[in-house]
Design a protein around this ligand. Structure first.
Ligand SMILES: *Cc1c(COP(=O)(O)O)cnc(C)c1O
Length: 357
């Protein structure tokens, strides 16, 4: 018997970190920022005129595009915006990864990449990180249909120096190289200065982490004018009005408050360094993180056990049951108070566990 089920596009969806409705939880599982967005965002929201909601928003998202372009010293025609960087990345996969050759990305990385590749039927190969869980640029010097990697990488937090990003670009002039800079503001080097030299580079950013606006869904891509035009052609063939009126105002207001942005990022970095020090003291091994999370493994206590115990105590972190990383916890950096509670809990738990053996 034939059925509509024979023709369904089947996908195994990406699984986002959970958003528990737990009142007194410490939420360190989805790399959100513990601080609110700039007060200028609140002001911009207050000044919204609901009467304009009758109208469609500006399909070019000009106000936001201009703010981002000015901020990075680029032309407006070099900036593409979307509903979070997930939307931007999905559009970029659809636009630029259209070859029969496989695209390349690390075996341990953002777990949405293989989902989009499957959804769009793009062939792909996972490139193994080295034994220290670092990207080796030499491994990306082979035939491919495109390349994508986050810098810093997720969930390891490890970053690739700009010279290595440049080497990847030097060996790949004929396919698009996407650098996903979701966490770059927390201490890594951006590839944006390389845009002037490489016409196949696309740099993707988000407001979700360093700008405390995960709930607003703003992401963007910077590239040369032709690439951005190609992206817009695909976007306008899919959904022209992706950025609503509130988002355009909120995003532009955030870009307009550089002092607040710097201050917030510095606070997170400082707490990260403190947390790493404390975790090492408790016997954890860590990748040196340049992101707003740390990736930690304990010599004596399995990560899964810690994950479950933390959860029972209303502290939510992320655990990936995947080869090579199933003994690690990814812990988002919260406020100093939250991290102190995490460390106190771990300290007591590990000491008690040791005593029982
Ligand atoms: C968080 C994240 C994204 C997606 O962020 P959006 O909220 O969709 O902007 C993209 N890439 C990486 C590596 C991330 O960690």
């Amino acid at each position: 018997m034939k059925s509509w089920r024979d023709n369904v596009r089947r996908v195994v969806p990406y699984v986002p970190g959970e958003q528990p409705q737990d009142q007194d939880m410490i939420k360190l599982n989805t790399n959100e920022n513990p601080y609110p967005p700039s007060p200028k965002v609140k002001e911009a929201m207050k000044n919204l005129d609901e009467d304009t909601f009758r109208l469609y928003p500006d399909p070019t998202a000009h106000k936001l595009v201009k703010a981002i372009a000015d901020y990075h010293g680029l032309k407006e025609s070099q900036v593409f915006v979307g509903v979070g960087s997930d939307d931007v990345l999905a559009m970029a996969f659809l636009t630029f990864f259209n070859s029969k050759k496989p695209i390349l990305f690390p075996d341990i990385t953002y777990s949405f990449y293989d989902v989009w590749a499957e959804l769009f039927r793009i062939p792909y190969e996972r490139v193994m990180l080295d034994e220290r869980l670092d990207i080796r640029w030499e491994d990306y010097c082979r035939e491919n249909g495109g390349i994508i990697f986050p810098n810093p990488n997720a969930p390891t937090g490890a970053y690739l120096p700009l010279s290595a990003v440049r080497s990847i670009l030097d060996h790949n002039r004929e396919t698009v190289v996407i650098v996903d800079e979701a966490y770059v503001d927390f201490g890594a080097e951006t590839a944006l200065p390389l845009l002037a030299e490489y016409d196949n580079l696309l740099v993707v950013r988000t407001f979700s982490k360093s700008r405390s606006m995960a709930g607003m869904r703003i992401g963007y891509a910077c590239g040369n004018e032709e690439m951005i035009r190609c992206l817009n052609d695909v976007k306008y063939s899919f959904n022209s009005y992706t950025m609503d009126m509130t988002v355009l105002e909120a995003g532009a207001a955030s870009i307009g408050d550089e002092a607040y942005f710097r201050e917030t990022v510095e606070k997170v970095i400082k707490t990260r360094e403190w947390t790493q020090e404390q975790l090492r003291r408790l016997g954890f091994t860590l990748k040196d993180s340049r992101a707003n999370f740390v990736f930690a493994s304990h010599g004596q206590c399995p990560a899964r056990e810690l994950f479950e115990r933390l959860r029972q105590n209303h502290i939510y972190v992320r655990y990936f049951d995947k080869p090579r990383i199933d003994n690690y916890l990814r812990i988002t950096i919260g406020t100093p108070e939250e991290m102190k509670k995490l460390i106190d809990f771990l300290e007591h738990y590990l000491a008690k566990r040791k005593g029982e053996r």
